[in-house]
Unconditional design. Sequence first.
Length: 447
Amino acid sequence: MKGVERIEEIYREVIRRNPGEAEFHQAVKEVLETLGPVLDKHPEYAEHKIIERICEPERQLIFRVPWQDDRGEVQIARGFRVGFNSALGPYKGGIRFHPSVYLGIVKFLGFEQIFKNALTGLPIGGAKGGADFDPKGRSDGEIMRFCQSFMTTLYHYIGEFTDVPAGDIGVGAREIGYLFGQYKRITNRYESGVLTGKNPSWGGALVRREATGFGTVYFTQEMLLARGEGLEGKTCVVSGSGNVAIYAIEKLQQLGARVVGCSDSNGVIYDEGGIDLPLLKQLKEVERCRISRYSEIRSGSRYIERGRLWDIPCQVALPCATQNELDETAARKLVANGCIAVGEGANMPTTPGGVRVFQSAGIAYGPGKAANAGGVATSALEMQQNASRDAWTFEHTEKRLHEIMQNIHRDCFETAREFNSPGNYVIGANIVGFKRVAEAMLAFGVI
Ligand code: NDP
């Protein structure tokens, strides 16, 4: 049977075994449809059912998270942790707190994470977790009690050699602090390596906070350099205004680009003079308010309620908010307005139709699993520092991050060429990541 036919069969089986998990189906399809030529070249992967095994998580945990709000009312959320693949190292991947979280979202993110982590070249497996808890508008005390309850079940299943969670949407340094505090209290162990994204004053790595955003910009810069272009002087838009977006904006500005737009789930900020980053940080990181507040303070900027960020003319677009936020219509608009590069800071932010538009327009398109791998790579550097009880400088860690992103770009670029698809980073990223995991799985036998 030819590789592509085999892949179609595997995909049909994935849909049958995982009904109702649309995001997971989408993520699997996007990877599988690029692997046909790899199976043709490596019949041993088909013989040992490597793809079938990769599509089935090694373990999936669903648990009750009861907690009390400030009025004393009992609330119940649902927690998840999916250990997808540990061929290359302990499970590694973030935790998301957002009302949209369900098993299909956690599995899509965990599946992506396998290949992303492999791309970093560092010893980490793929996982993801979260809860359908909405942190918006919750007090600090409520967030703390929720994190403590979440960890009270999760701690049984994690550990520095088993599973190492980190942050994601709705989980930043504050939440990691509460989670770590509860783990330490229950286990009677100061096990720094059990969580990453910690505050640098108690075991975290410098640059981890910045890493996903910085890394996305480095990757985008590499894509542009490969085409004889650079970021200097380019007009950019960045969606979201959370951790990834803020530090993508910071690095873009450092490299001489002008960022004229960002957003949250309620609306869009358009600031032709360039986003005032200290103001944005103050509002989002310190005051934790909505982005609409920005236009009330910054003269010359505009807030557009329910606005469409991708309608703002730009040369570089970085989707850094959430999955499927950039559809076919938005992609067409970007291309028509002269956009030449898209680097995904978020996971799977572009719909399949949007990806097709970018690819047929021939613009540089960096998929999330390659472009945003800097976050997890720096988490792996945090694990290295924890294991050796060391703490590196900002400069040293950022240099390592930059080199890792350059290497990821080079590996994807060269592999795409090897498989007759020059410039196609989707094909390059999927094949590089898949082959690394497949080789390890073959070595371990049927497990
Ligand atoms: P944050 O919670 O810090 O920020 C998320 C931002 O995206 C907020 O501005 C939020 O707006 C917006 N957003 C979230 N959900 C939606 C939605 N449904 N529609 C529109 N906007 C939305 O998360 P991060 O910055 O950490 O994560 C952003 C993306 O990057 C996610 O896809 C995540 O998986 C990915 N990522 C994160 C990494 C990390 O290191 N943090 C690593 C690799 C990938 P609002 O406040 O209104 O909800």
